[in-house]
Design a protein around this ligand. Sequence first.
Ligand SMILES: *[C@@H]1O[C@H](CO)[C@@H](O)[C@H](O)[C@H]1NC(C)=O
Ligand SMILES: *[C@@H]1O[C@H](CO)[C@@H](O)[C@H](O)[C@H]1NC(C)=O
Ligand SMILES: *[C@@H]1O[C@H](CO)[C@@H](O)[C@H](O)[C@H]1NC(C)=O
Ligand SMILES: *[C@@H]1O[C@H](CO)[C@@H](O)[C@H](O)[C@H]1NC(C)=O
Length: 460
Amino acid sequence: MLRFLVSLSVLLSYFRCCFSAASVVTCSGIVPMRYRNDKISIADFGGVGDGMTLNTKAFREAIYRIEHLKRRGGTLLYIPPGVYLTGSFNLTSHMTLYLARGAVIKATQMRRVGRVVDSEPFNCTDTNNWPLIPPLPSYGRGRERPGDRYMSFLHGDGLHDVVITGENGTIDGQGDIWWNMWRQRTLQFTRPNLIEFLNSKNIIISNVIFRNSPFWNIHPVYCSHVVIRYVTILAPADSPNTDGIDPDSSSNVCIEDSYISVGDDLVAVKSGWDEYGIAYGRPSSDITIRRVTGSSPFSGIAVGSETSGGVENILAEHINLFNMGVGIHVKTNIGRGGFIRNITVSDVYMENVRKGIKVAGDVGDHPDDKYNPNALPIMKGLTIKNVWGVKVQQAGSIQGLKNSPFTGICLSDINLHGVTAPLSPPLKCSDVTGTAFKVNPGACSELTSSEHTGSCSDYS
Ligand SMILES: *[C@@H]1O[C@H](CO)[C@@H](O)[C@H](O)[C@H]1NC(C)=O
Ligand SMILES: *[C@@H]1O[C@H](CO)[C@@H](O)[C@H](O)[C@H]1NC(C)=O
Ligand SMILES: *[C@@H]1O[C@H](CO)[C@@H](O)[C@H](O)[C@H]1NC(C)=O
Ligand SMILES: *[C@@H]1O[C@H](CO)[C@@H](O)[C@H](O)[C@H]1NC(C)=O
């Protein structure tokens, strides 16, 4: 009898395992996971994880070794438990950066911290550890200050086959000094991203914790085939511009199973701004955002406001948002040009939110006054379905542009409950067309009610 019960429970757990494994939908297969035979440790290069020693030289030498020895199948760089203080460094192709449980790669701040073992010049006021790089062509300048911008803490330009993973070790940007410079308006250049990949492909970032980025956390720009999974991204709610993940002029990006609690948008899909983004003309497309949970005083799932290269074929589903500014936010501006089309957001739970949904054609600032005011964005095909909200202060607004109405909006099965009343105050719309079905608290009259479901898919 006992034997029978034991084998029954084994059988049941087998079914539980394999049933759930089979039913989990994932896009992570767009980049194959790589296993590397060649392994080195940062300790082999003099890396010391005491939280005080500066390890910039160790990281740069380890990566130089990977880049120049070119071992077949690439090389894994192991970061043992400990706190490794370092200046920013470049990654290279065919590498895995593996952070053990308890490993922390910690950015130097703009002042001298601890004992300095590197021979490089390093003093209280300089920014040697934060090199400057040119602006992105689709931005024409730094995102927040004109001219150059600080290179991201971890940086990759023109790479392929890079994995950043491990046992949930931490990449810590020590952003507070940068946030204070922003608050005091003493920044000369645009703050660094925590990690930026430019012109790269086949990138995997998984099982890592990102903390206190000076600016945006993860920024893939002009990239394709990027998988970001099982990451945790944390920054205080009042930290300025600490967006979680910003796919920018990038295609085939898969973001799944992550928790993001930051001071700005959790995920924002972008593609450059105004005359620079229009001239560069590189869209963001084929991006999946799935099973993401988080909170922020700004937006949960965002498109824009930088969309001048175009944004299309975006799917966000199974999203849980708590204590948010705006749940779903599609934003662009006059002078942006570009297009936003075929965007689907579905199966969203939101709780304690200022605005459930906001679609706006006139938000965000401009790089300079040379933008073309006749460059109007085109928005066509936005489906939002299966949304359940509680404590939603306002359902929100859907506002196109008078000379470029937003078309193909389709809302269905949306229930937004209010804070004091059973339902939130209803949606406000202008310059939009589309359909609505089962929307509580009622859709605006601009969206015609549709009695048949499935009509959302036709956005043309
Ligand atoms: C890192 O990459 C940037 C941009 O590609 C480059 O300007 C810089 O010289 C590189 N730094 C090192 C230490 O290789
Ligand atoms: C700090 O370093 C910079 C560049 O290396 C140099 O121009 C500056 O004079 C130094 N400042 C001090 C206080 O030593
Ligand atoms: C790392 O964290 C993620 C997200 O919380 C979790 O799903 C995963 O199991 C953790 N991985 C390890 C190796 O601890
Ligand atoms: C719309 O986007 C989805 C991804 O969300 C994609 O599967 C589909 O093919 C796209 N439709 C068209 C007509 O491009």
